[in-house]
Design a protein around this ligand. Structure first.
Ligand code: NDP
Length: 445
């Protein structure tokens, strides 16, 4: 890290004790910004880095709810509005027992730069709760969503903050959240949430967008190296929203996806993961990934196994933060992996990223590679604003163009700042510069 930025980083760590994931996300961005500060002393004078690392607002609230037996439970809800220089806060809601303020802040911080890279008018935010939906009935999850919205509604809105889904929050939960929002506010404001169902203001391709976008990004990375996905073996972690549609698109582009996972282990299917069966198991039945192997003779389930042990050309981590370690990176490189793109947010540990960089593996950081989800959310907002709905083909075409433009801006920025091919640096610098220019324009706010 540049010596001018080190004391700033130390101060951020001091002011946000115990928030390891947040420190990790900030460090990774600051490590890229030395040459930017050297070129633009006004950013240092105006303390843009200190300001961008401090959320504009953080809301923490109690979420009481009753389970089916009548027992009362208390969870903690939160929403962090990190930066609104480019537009209203935009970012998902995560329901997972691991959620805490440090995780929400890391996700919100990443979201600032990701949203900037899309070129859309959206700021960065994130939220969620330490609620575990696993094993809960539909009614219990609905009651939780309603209680959560009973506080959240005051803080969100089309021009303020527009939540979407993330881990544990899909279109079912968004339905319960939006139903409650509409009831409390007495307004049908579709553009307050994105990722909605198609019947009530949602957009075609939003469900598929993050996974598809990640695959489009991989194709751009491979094309820049004179090759393609066709005929490649792919391994994906997770089997949620992002993973499922990354698998579908990778197969459509000629790749064979041979493994995917959930938190209980992974399935290896050398014949190629069958999309219909996977969606039946994970989306319809909401079952564990082992159920896939039980019904597919060519597949085996490896409980608690590491999916990265399966050899592949392309690895797509699509589950959660810090799931791909240095040990996994070494295994992937030894097995001939040539490209990694982060469908999840910060799934690759910093020392694993270094292994890929040193081995010359093409690496697409999450804030660029998984930006297709939020970009398509912005397209959903456009359609809500114009009371219009676009076809699947048209929207997918827009998504593909956006992913190409994100790849190109990262690539060009990396070149411009003397780090050719380093898309981590390119993404951090290009995202930062867009936000910093707007913050300078607004003065000290
Ligand atoms: P889902 O809840 O649909 O799926 C999450 C998947 O990851 C599940 O297979 C889950 O397994 C697995 N997983 C979650 N936490 C862990 C854990 N601690 N250890 C092992 N496996 C885990 O979430 P999404 O697919 O929406 O999100 C996945 C990632 O993509 C997240 O990092 C999210 O922030 C990121 N992302 C999502 C976007 C979106 O549009 N949805 C947009 C951009 C990024 P299990 O069911 O067993 O918990």
């Amino acid at each position: 890290m540049d010596e001018k930025l080190e004391p700033i980083f130390d101060d951020i760590v001091r002011r946000n004790p115990g928030e390891q994931e947040f420190h990790q996300a900030v460090r990774e961005v600051l490590e890229s910004l030395g040459p930017v500060i050297a070129k633009h002393p006004e950013y240092a004078e105006r303390k843009i880095i200190q300001r961008i690392s401090e959320p504009e607002r953080q809301i923490i609230f109690r979420v009481p709810w009753q389970d089916d037996s009548g027992e009362v439970h208390i969870n903690r809800g939160m929403r962090v509005g990190f930066n609104s220089a480019l537009g209203p806060y935009k970012g998902g809601l995560r329901f997972h027992p691991s959620v805490n303020l440090g995780i929400v802040k890391f996700l919100g911080f990443e979201q600032i730069f990701k949203n900037a890279l899309t070129g859309m008018p959206i700021g960065g935010g994130k939220g969620g709760a330490n609620f575990d939906p696993k094993g809960r009935s539909d009614d219990e999850i609905m009651r939780f969503c309603q209680s959560f919205m009973l506080e959240l509604y005051r803080h969100i809105g089309e021009y303020t903050d527009i939540p979407a889904g993330d881990i544990g929050v899909g279109s079912r939960e968004l339905g319960w959240l939006f139903g409650q929002y509409k009831r409390i506010t007495n307004r049908y404001e579709s553009a307050t949430l994105t990722g909605k169902g198609l019947e009530w203001g949602g957009a075609l391709v939003r469900r598929e967008a993050t996974g598809y976008g990640t695959v489009f990004f991989v194709e751009e990375m491979l094309a820049a190296r004179g090759t393609s996905l066709d005929g490649r073996t792919v391994v994906v972690s997770g089997s949620g929203n992002v993973a499922i549609y990354a698998i579908q698109k990778a197969v459509a582009r000629g790749a064979k996806v041979v493994a995917c996972s959930d938190s209980s282990g992974f399935v290896h299917d050398p014949d190629g993961i069958e999309f219909e069966l996977l969606t039946q198991v994970k989306e319809v039945e909401r079952a564990r990934i082992s159920a896939y192997a039980e019904r597919r003779p060519s597949a085996r389930f490896v409980p608690q196994g590491v999916v990265w042990d399966i050899p592949c050309h392309v690895a797509l981590p699509c589950a959660t933060q810090n799931e791909l370690t240095r040990r996994d990176a070494i295994t992937l490189v030894e097995n001939g992996c040539i490209a990694v793109a982060e469908g999840a947010n910060m799934p690759t540990t910093p020392d694993a990223v270094r292994v890929f960089e040193e081995a010359g593996v093409a690496f697409g950081p999450g804030k660029a590679a998984n930006a297709g989800g939020v970009a398509t959310s912005a397209l959903e907002m456009q359609q809500n604003a114009s009371r219009d709905s676009w076809s699947f083909e048209f929207t997918e075409g827009r998504l593909a163009e956006i992913m190409k433009s994100i790849h190109d801006v990262c690539h060009e920025t990396a070149d411009k700042y003397g780090a050719p091919g380093n898309l981590v640096r390119g993404a951090n610098i290009a995202g930062f510069e867009r936000v910093a220019r707007a913050m300078v324009a607004f003065g000290l706010v």
